[in-house]
Design a binder for this molecule. Structure first.
Ligand SMILES: NC(=O)c1ccc[n+]([C@@H]2O[C@H](COP(=O)([O-])OP(=O)(O)OC[C@H]3O[C@@H](n4cnc5c(N)ncnc54)[C@H](OP(=O)(O)O)[C@@H]3O)[C@@H](O)[C@H]2O)c1
Length: 320
């Protein structure tokens, strides 16, 4: 078939090329802007300092939370540090006050405890001009439960994980939002995990709690975008902390490197891995899923986790 000297093949290949170009312009270029050009070349879109005088950080005595505390103190925020161990809180508060000359308040609570802890936190933050909330506190499985299948897990471990990883996020947002809404500005950063983007059988509850944080953040942002509130959900891959027990490298940054990068991404997108190399870790999984199918990729991941479990249990039995 020939249409005015153009063959059907030429016609359809032009349409296909046009669609491909449209897809690139429509999907890829905004992705490059939001994840690379914006954060790395233009800097954060959001003036975090204008949000208010105080920042509240949960899980602030170690790892990512402590790095956020230092980064915000460096920008002049006074801090409410909330964590479990009083002595560690006192040490971190003293270190930050000395180094950055900002005011700090500490609240020692265990997020595994019952709802009463939120009355203590409410009393502790009363009257403060809170501009930033970092919902960072989170727990994974204690070793060796890490390697047990879901039904074998201690029910107390399951309950505590939901209390720390989910209830802390919802209740802390409910406590600070009225202050932020009254001033029509505020920033809430919720810490999820890249585990929500890959199959995670054997880490089922942990990944489920983090998936909650993703969806909750997206919808909270929709609800309060027009009220001047910015919500950012960060989804780190491995960061070199006590929780991950992984050494620092390009793929596993120190908490300070990770937080500096995530703060640069503020204002571009609600959900982000927060650190450029962590974007790449999702690509092989997406690619395999695209080429094959999700159940196949999930079972490959599960086989890998089962191998890890086998060698960990072997190590454990050799230690005994
Ligand atoms: N590290 C990673 O590779 C990674 C990857 C993805 C997502 N994340 C997420 O990032 C967040 C921070 O992780 P991290 O690696 O920085 O953890 P981390 O180094 O283990 O630090 C956890 C912090 O939370 C506090 N905390 C733990 N349980 C608590 C409880 N029940 N009540 C009150 N405070 C408690 C700890 O206080 P104490 O010092 O008193 O124990 C510490 O300050 C978590 O939500 C985690 O799920 C981490």
């Amino acid at each position: 078939m020939v249409l005015n000297n153009i063959t059907a093949f030429q016609f359809f290949s032009s349409v296909a090329l046009g669609l491909l170009c449209f897809k690139i312009v429509n999907k890829f270029l905004p992705w490059v802007y939001v994840n690379i050009i914006g954060p790395y070349f233009l800097g954060p879109k959001l003036n975090i300092r204008s949000m208010g005088g105080w920042a509240v950080i949960t899980g602030s005595t170690d790892g990512i939370g402590r790095a956020y505390a230092k980064a915000l103190a460096k920008r002049g925020f006074s801090l409410v540090l909330i964590s479990r161990s009083l002595s560690k809180l006192e040490d971190v508060a003293k270190e930050i006050e000395n180094e950055y000359k900002v005011e700090t308040k500490i609240i020692d609570v265990d997020f595994q405890d019952s709802i009463g802890i939120y009355d203590r936190i409410k009393a502790g933050i009363e009257g403060l001009d809170i501009g930033v909330l970092i919902n960072n506190v989170g727990v994974s499985y204690p070793y060796p439960e890490y390697f047990q299948t879901f039904y074998q897990q201690n029910p107390k471990v399951l309950l505590d994980m939901v209390s720390v990883n989910i209830h802390s996020v919802t209740h802390m947002c409910a406590l600070v939002l009225p202050v932020m809404l009254s001033r029509k500005k505020g920033l809430i950063i919720n810490v999820s995990s890249s585990i929500t983007s890959v199959p995670a059988g054997l880490l089922t509850l942990y990944s489920g709690t983090k998936a909650f944080v993703d969806k909750f953040s997206e919808d909270l942002q929709t609800e309060y975008r027009d009220s001047g509130i910015t919500v950012q959900c960060i989804k780190p891959g491995f960061v070199a902390t006590k929780m991950s027990k992984v050494k620092a490298s390009m793929w596993c940054p120190t908490p300070d490197t990770y937080v500096a990068s995530a703060l640069n991404m503020l204002g571009y997108t609600t959900t982000t891995p927060g650190y450029f190399p962590h974007h790449f870790l999702e690509i092989p999984c997406d690619f395999m899923t695209y080429l094959t199918c999700k159940p196949f990729v999930s079972s490959m991941f599960l086989k890998h986790y089962l191998k890890l479990r086998k060698s960990a249990l072997k190590r454990l039995s050799q230690k005994k």
